[in-house]
Design a protein around this ligand. Structure first.
Ligand code: ADP
Length: 278
């Protein structure tokens, strides 16, 4: 975090407080511990990255913050209060496309507004139009989801989540299914949208470059069960551009995080291999 006021995060108060989260699933071969002693504080306005090897428990953390499932034990506070209702404080974007294929782009974005925004159909559609424009889909308002590319589908999902004006945006590997060029374009677009906003973003990824390009702060997870291995401030001021990747400091941090994650990914692989043998 710099002191120059260049960072998007203003760190007014805590948006999310997680304390000693533990989550045990009923796995096929017996109890499976996905999280253990997972604790962190995510500040209001922060672009927080949850980074860790695949299968370590990152999505589990996000689903718990969203209220989609309870922890086995531990404390979750969102805006200072326990989570009582799924999706109340948080907008969500997942890796798989979650829009309704039988609705148009505009109808999809307007859909969630039925429950959150006042006004009638015309107002909802006006707002939906504004967010379609924001994600570059103005010319596709009346297209059906099945007519869109993967990147466009994710833009609909992002617009739908943002249109409801959540204080916290949860993004679970939202660009994970996209090809690398589309992914880079989407990262830039997300930066341009969030840099001008005061939203808290909690973004899950296993991609170190994506984490460094987007985040204020990176929460590096251990192999499963996920806990916090390290918390790193990302020192690059916003607005950020893809050219950041060419900076020496970017390369140095990428290497530092790579080393942190390498052992975790290896541990995760051994664990998975052991499970297959059992
Ligand atoms: P990540 O997001 O880091 O890839 P997840 O949080 O999706 O990891 O999963 C962590 C572990 O918990 C994995 O081993 C996964 O198979 C297991 N898991 C996730 N959800 C369930 C569930 N509903 N029931 C049983 N096991 C689950």
């Amino acid at each position: 975090m710099d002191d120059q006021g260049q960072s998007r995060a203003r760190f007014r108060k805590q948006a999310v407080r997680l304390r000693q989260l533990r989550k045990v699933y009923d796995g096929q071969g017996g109890p499976l511990t996905a999280l253990d002693n997972f604790s962190c504080d995510i500040a209001d306005g922060e672009f927080a990255i949850i980074l860790g090897p695949s299968g370590c428990g990152k999505s589990t953390v996000v689903r718990i913050i969203a209220g989609l499932e309870p922890p086995t034990s531990g404390t979750v506070l969102v805006n200072g209060a326990p989570v009582t209702e799924a999706g109340k404080a948080c907008g969500m974007v997942f890796q798989s496309y979650t829009s309704f294929p039988w609705l148009t782009v505009l109808e999809n974005i307007a859909f969630g507004l039925r429950y959150t925004a006042g006004g009638g159909r015309r107002e909802r559609h006006e707002r939906a139009r504004e967010f379609a424009r924001m994600v570059g889909l103005a010319d596709f308002e009346n297209a059906y989801i099945k007519q869109l590319s993967g990147g466009m589908k994710q833009r609909v999902a992002i617009a739908s989540a943002l249109a409801t004006d959540p204080g916290i945006l949860l993004m679970d590997e939202p660009f994970g299914a996209l090809d690398s060029q589309t992914r880079m374009a989407m990262q830039e677009q997300l930066l341009s949208i969030t840099e001008g906003s005061d939203k808290t973003v909690i973004f899950v990824t296993h991609d170190i470059e994506e984490a460094l390009l987007l985040g204020d702060r990176i929460y590096v997870c251990t192999a499963r069960p996920a806990g916090i291995l390290a918390e790193l401030d990302v020192p690059f001021p916003y607005p950020r551009t893809p050219a950041l990747r060419a900076q020496k400091k970017f390369g140095d941090m990428k290497y530092e995080i790579f080393h942190l994650l390498r052992d975790q990914a290896y541990a995760q692989m051994l664990e998975a291999a052991g499970e297959r043998r059992r």
